[in-house]
Structure formats: C-alpha cells, structure tokens
Design a protein around this ligand. Structure first.
Ligand code: SF4
Length: 337
C-alpha cells in the first residue's frame, strides 16, 4: 500500500485539473520548416549539451510517475532527428507505470525508423500530414518530402502499431482544397484524421485569427462531401479532440479547436522542453527549470516540488482572442506541441 506522502498525491491545479499527461520535447531541430511553426532561415538551435540527456529525461519521468503522470508523448522539433530515439522509447516503455507512450512526427524519417520504434515498444504514432499536393507541401514546409511522408505512413501501417493518427493543420486561404482529399485519404487508408486549428505559435508571428479555418467550418466541408458526421462520446474527458464517425462507415475523424472552442477547463497536460524547462501550458509565458535541478543531483521529491509550483501557477486558459492573451516567447518548435 502506497504511503500517503506529499510525493504521492496527484498534480492538481487551482481549478481542480489533474495533470496526468506529459509532452516531452527531445529536440528543437527539424528537417523541414513549417511556416506555422519555424522560421524559414537562420534558426538558432540549442547546443547539444543544453538538451536533456536520455538519462535525465528518464529521471524526470520516474519522478512524474510518482505523482500520477502516466501518459507520455514524445515531440520535438522533429523527434526522429534525435539520434538513437528508439533507445529512449525502449527505456520509457519498460518503466513500470507508463500507461501510454506516443510519438508525434512529421513522417519524413519514418521509412527508416518506423520498425525500430515499434520494436522498441512504441504503440502509438501521430503523423503530420497537411496536404497531399506537392506544391502545397512545399509552400507549408519550405522543403521537399511529401513522398517520404506518404512512404512513412505506408511503412508504419505494416509495423503493427496500435494506433496511427494523421494530424492536419488547416489554414484559411491555403488548405481549403486539401480538406476533402485528406478526408478521403484517411478513409481509404482506414486511418483516423484530426484537424488542428492554426495557433499563434508561429516563429514569424504572422498568425491572424482570420487565418484560422475552424473545426466547425471543416466539419461542414467534410459533411458536404461524405454525408453527416456522428459525434463519438469521449473516452478520456481531458482529450482535446472532438471525434466523429462517418455515418457511412468510413471511419473516424476529429477536430482539435483550441482557438474557436478552447478545452482548457479539462486540460491535463504538462510539457518539458528539450532543454528541460517545465511548462504548465502550451502558451505559458513562465517556465520552471528542471534541467538545473537534474544537473545538481536534485531528489525526486525536489523535482516533484518544482512541478507542483509550476502546476499551482497554471492559468485557467490560453486567452487567445481575449485582451489577456500574451504570446509566449517560444515558437512551436521550441515547445513541442
Ligand atoms: S492552451 Fe494550455 S491550458 Fe489550454 S488546453 Fe492547451 S495546454 Fe491546456
């Protein structure tokens, strides 16, 4: 029986939100340059020795497991550019108490790494796919590579992952022609697709609310083509997505609407950046330095205390569209989504 100590109680904030999910960025580097995330040129990446080592990440995760954080998502930049990522996946997969382990990737390196990640114990993959058109892919990413992403998806489908989801960022004035083809592709591939609204986390700070193609608009576009969508009840009340199924049996589709329909009231997510800074929100303007503590040999109790302070300071919501919204210093690639 667990001794009821401070360390074992959950990470609950002032609004009673219990934090059970940690997004772990393992690098700020990426092999493409999506304009809704990174600058095109002259990106200053973190020096290698400023990044948490796999051992430090595992230390932090072990401490978090003691306070009820048991769902982990590996992000970046692009996590597959971090060397030996399957080693980290293996260590996390073997850790008692890890209930869920997933990776979000742009898919470019999946053809080479899908099998190794699966063999290391990874069960769930989210693959970014905003378009099926080369030209739009180049416009968004400022790089080539759509064929590699599609190869990566095809190869991942042969690797027996429990779940493969496609994530698409939809942007007004750019993505309208991709929405239905992406829906059709996901139906044909029997893959779940989720559209994510464009958020003010682009490094060029060009985001405007007019550029947001809302979940409601996307749903209308898809229903016009594929018929009515039927809501699917949530299995996890904290999940950000609103899921639907095609009534013609064509699978499931979801919408993550942080701008038009924020879901902060049920947020259970924390983040740690590649340099070991803990964030209580994607849009947090404050950070708690776990790396310094890890490198000073802090105990689990001290790390937990730091994260408790971070959670205690969590704002009720991101505030986008209200007078309160303050853009974080970091862009998406420096946080990890
Ligand atoms: S914006 Fe922040 S509080 Fe809201 S759901 Fe996202 S991480 Fe949670």
């Amino acid at each position: 029986m667990h001794k009821h100590t401070v360390a074992n109680t959950q990470l609950t904030d002032r609004l009673g939100r219990i934090h059970t999910s940690l997004r772990i960025s393992v690098t700020d580097r990426c092999n493409i340059r999506c304009f809704y995330c990174m600058p095109e040129k002259d990106v200053e990446f973190c020096p290698r020795d400023e990044l948490l080592t796999f051992e430090e990440i595992c230390r932090f995760v072990r401490a978090m497991l003691q306070v009820g954080v048991n769902k982990f998502r590996i992000t970046g930049g692009e996590p597959l550019v971090r060397a030996d990522l399957p080693d980290l996946i293996k260590q996390l997969h073997q850790m008692p108490g890890v209930a869920d382990l997933a990776v979000t990737t742009n898919g470019i390196l999946l053809p080479d790494q899908a099998a190794a990640l699966r063999a290391a114990g990874l069960r769930r993959l989210n693959i970014s796919l905003d378009t099926l058109r080369e030209e739009t892919f180049r416009k968004i990413t400022r790089r080539e590579g759509l064929d590699r992403v599609l190869d990566g998806i095809a190869i991942a489908q042969t690797c027996d992952f429990e779940k493969i989801r496609l994530n698409a960022i939809a942007i007004r004035g750019l993505s309208e022609h991709d929405v239905v083809p992406l829906g059709r592709f996901a139906r044909e591939q029997n893959l779940e697709l989720r559209f994510i609204e464009f958020m003010p986390l682009d490094a060029d700070t060009a985001w405007q609310s007019e550029n947001v193609l809302t979940g409601a608009t996307l749903r209308q576009m898809l229903e016009a083509e594929f018929g009515p969508l039927e809501p699917v009840s949530r299995t996890d009340p904290a999940q950000p997505a609103i899921d639907y199924r095609f009534t013609d049996g064509g699978g499931r589709i979801g919408f993550i609407n942080p701008v038009s329909s924020p879901f902060c009231s049920t947020c259970n997510r924390l983040r740690i950046t590649a340099e070991g800074q803990v964030r209580n929100c994607l849009f947090s303007t404050a950070e708690w330095d776990a790396r310094a503590m890890l490198r000073q040999g802090a105990s689990d109790k001290e790390l937990i205390h730091l994260v408790r302070e971070c959670v205690a300071a969590k704002a009720p919501a991101h505030g986008i569209g209200t007078g309160e919204f303050v853009r974080p210093q970091r862009a998406m690639y420096q946080i990890g989504g």
